[in-house]
Design a protein around this ligand. Sequence first.
Ligand SMILES: *[C@@H]1O[C@H](CO)[C@@H](O)[C@H](O)[C@H]1NC(C)=O
Ligand SMILES: *[C@@H]1O[C@H](CO)[C@@H](O)[C@H](O)[C@H]1NC(C)=O
Ligand SMILES: *[C@@H]1O[C@H](CO)[C@@H](O)[C@H](O)[C@H]1NC(C)=O
Length: 339
Amino acid sequence: MASSSSSLDIGPKTLIGVGIGLVVAGGASYFLYRRYLQHRDAMPVNWRRVGTLQQINLFPVKSCAPVDLGAGVEYDCDVLGLSYEGIRDRTLMLIDENNTMVTARGYPHMLLIKSRKASVNGIVFSAPGMHDLELDFENLESPGQDLHTSVWGARVDAMLCGERFNKWFSQFILKMETGLKLVHYPYPKAVKIINPRLKNMPDITQADSGAFNDATSYMLMNLSSVADLNTRIKNPVDPLQFRGNFELKADIDEPYAEDHWQWVRIGDKAVFRSVAPCTRCILPNINVNTAERDIDGEPLKTLRSFRLFNYSSPALGIHLGLRQPGRVKANDVVYVGEK
Ligand SMILES: *[C@@H]1O[C@H](CO)[C@@H](O)[C@H](O)[C@H]1NC(C)=O
Ligand SMILES: *[C@@H]1O[C@H](CO)[C@@H](O)[C@H](O)[C@H]1NC(C)=O
Ligand SMILES: *[C@@H]1O[C@H](CO)[C@@H](O)[C@H](O)[C@H]1NC(C)=O
């Protein structure tokens, strides 16, 4: 029986050769990977119209209703999120005695807290059974020191707004005189880390993490996707239950096309990168008009049946990061970038 191991012998020269080969191949793939990343990050030159912005929602307080600014308002888009004359998206939030974030998941009637623009520098809050409360962004109590809280595991610094806000929100939300504190986010840039759930997304950056936003500074919903979902459930839901900043009215009805977008432009200037799908918690199950949870667990239950993919919760809408500032208003044309 002839057996030979000689064909498997690897001499030192072969090893050196293989080593050099690996270094060359490694270098080449690194170079190609860099080229690929640069290509991925380059803003597209060609834009294809996909629809118009039917509605823009700016939520001054996390988990509360969007601010009512009337029609025809032009919003600024900067790295932190949407703003209009000092009123910014999700730069106010409620925390409990342990500085833990408080949301409508635990207190659904937070969704009934409304706000409108005040005559100067601020907003006026209103809620059923409560007197109106004005907040002036220029004159917030500032103890000069940050307190630390977190949003879904991402640490974020905040400042107190003042006792009269704590009392008003505690009265409406907890039916108590104390227990909650209203905090604001005073910085021009995100000082939060990326939501741990999204940190493996290739295009997301720390600057995209917004203020008290769950994940990123902007979220876009395609209304056709909501309309499609609504054909599958008994009681149609209000698109507002998904709390998107931008509600897109698509030119052609092909639901969930937004899953594949990389770049989005709104109007002439504001350019966004699609950085992650928006995966859904229990919040969309709360009716925004009645603040009641759906007893059948809808729409989340149905959404799970066809939008779960390989995530732990179903996806609807996309998270965006700003790549070029600009102004946006309702009815602006929405484009998708093509390379
Ligand atoms: C705050 O933390 C303490 C100690 O862990 C706990 O007993 C208390 O229930 C917490 N308060 C709230 C509102 O969760
Ligand atoms: C939005 O969804 C609709 C219907 O689901 C679809 O027709 C349309 O292509 C989508 N729009 C975009 C721009 O993806
Ligand atoms: C989900 O699947 C897609 C392709 O099917 C893959 O690219 C992606 O990495 C997967 N994501 C997770 C979280 O496993």
